[in-house]
Design a protein around this ligand. Sequence first.
Ligand SMILES: Cc1cc2nc3c(=O)[nH]c(=O)nc-3n(C[C@H](O)[C@H](O)[C@H](O)COP(=O)(O)O)c2cc1C
Length: 194
Amino acid sequence: MDCYELILSRRTVRRFKPDPIPDEVLEKMVDAARLAPSAANLQPLRYLMVTDPDIRARIFPCLRWAAYINPDGNPPPGSEPAAYIVILVDDQAGGGFYRYDVGYACENLLLAGLTFGVAGCAMLAFDPKVIVAEFDPPDHLRPDLVVALGYPDETPMAVDRSDTVKYWRDDNGRHIVPKKPLAEVMYKNGLSRD
Ligand SMILES: Cc1cc2nc3c(=O)[nH]c(=O)nc-3n(C[C@H](O)[C@H](O)[C@H](O)COP(=O)(O)O)c2cc1C
């Protein structure tokens, strides 16, 4: 699959096979994140790999999955993530634009993962107190995003729809993601539709 097809086919995955992800793969994913664009090249992000089963078991309950279809989007027992990468922001690195950096880094991470067959879910809906209690980071290092990862055990699909933003599960339990059609989001040489 070429890069363009990979980008188009990437979907958020919330059900995973139990197979572990090799550390070398996770390291390559973090390396891809590390090299993402960074505003003023301040590089304020840090990446915490979590593969330990006991720590994963303590993190899992602090995550909130697929709010529009809760609880149907929760990974069923046995389908939990095989790893997490917690993206932390180092306030000492400065810069008010770190959120852009997180977005770029996370997408690099996810796309790099796909080249090794690893999929995932970026998660803002987590309880940072649980992460802080687990890892006791210094005050200047704040957990910003949790990326749940694993080998996919579902194949979500995107469909062009402009009438809703709410994803759903179809009759076969497949996760369907509505995406606004290209003609609705793109303009050429001005903002008129004529
Ligand atoms: C910044 C950000 C935060 C997200 N947080 C969550 C989350 O907390 N829980 C969750 O299940 N999905 C989360 N998602 C995944 C979105 O629900 C998903 O990207 C969206 O439904 C579109 O699906 P797609 O990624 O397959 O295109 C998040 C995505 C982004 C970009």
